[in-house]
Ligand binder design. Structure first.
Ligand code: GDP
Ligand code: MG
Length: 154
């Protein structure tokens, strides 16, 4: 399993408005994941519709696009062993009401339509790479060595 697996993560507008960026970043840092990209940005209609394209036929699609474009987000790329699946585990379930305490959605959310964070789906092959490419140019990602890596990986 590669220590260099990358996944796309985003603090959604509700998480930004509620001041949760720092806490969410800390959780991934504490876990041993490495941030290799990050930007505070406003998503436009076109990017929102592409990012959530798989849901375009769902009844919640228009509301979802309105929500994700309603204010700034903090988009990130995190790297580490099994990063995509581990981030999803840390996020909890899609519905915060079904998410265990200790997970991000389980600690900070109550409502399905306001679930604080996005992370690439580990069950959707290649979703991590596709989403990273959609949000980041190659030169916005930084290769760097973490000084504690020999204490994180055998
Ligand atoms: P995720 O991968 O866990 O974020 O979940 P999905 O890919 O299934 O859905 C994408 C996003 O759409 C979720 O994070 C929610 O913000 C939203 N969403 C999903 N299902 C529903 C729903 O039934 N109602 C509403 N209002 N929003 C939903
Ligand atoms: Mg999804």
């Amino acid at each position: 399993m590669s220590e260099h697996e990358r996944t796309f993560v985003m603090v959604k507008p509700d998480g930004v408005q509620r001041g949760l960026i720092g806490d969410i970043v800390s959780r991934f840092e504490d876990r041993g994941l490495k941030m290799v990209g990050g930007k505070f940005m406003q998503i436009d209609q076109e990017l929102a519709e592409e990012h959530y394209g798989e849901h375009e036929d769902k009844p919640f699609f228009d509301g979802l696009v309105d929500f994700i474009t309603s204010g700034p987000v903090f988009a990130m790329v995190w790297e580490g062993q099994d990063a995509t699946r581990q981030v999803r585990n840390m996020m909890g379930e899609t519905d915060p009401a079904e998410s265990a305490p200790g997970t991000i959605r389980g600690d900070y959310g109550l409502d399905l339509g306001r679930n604080v964070i996005h992370g690439s789906d580990h069950e959707d092959e290649g979703a991590n790479e596709r989403e990273i490419e959609l949000f980041f140019d190659e030169d916005e990602l930084v290769d760097w060595d973490q000084i504690d890596s020999s204490w994180l990986y055998e």
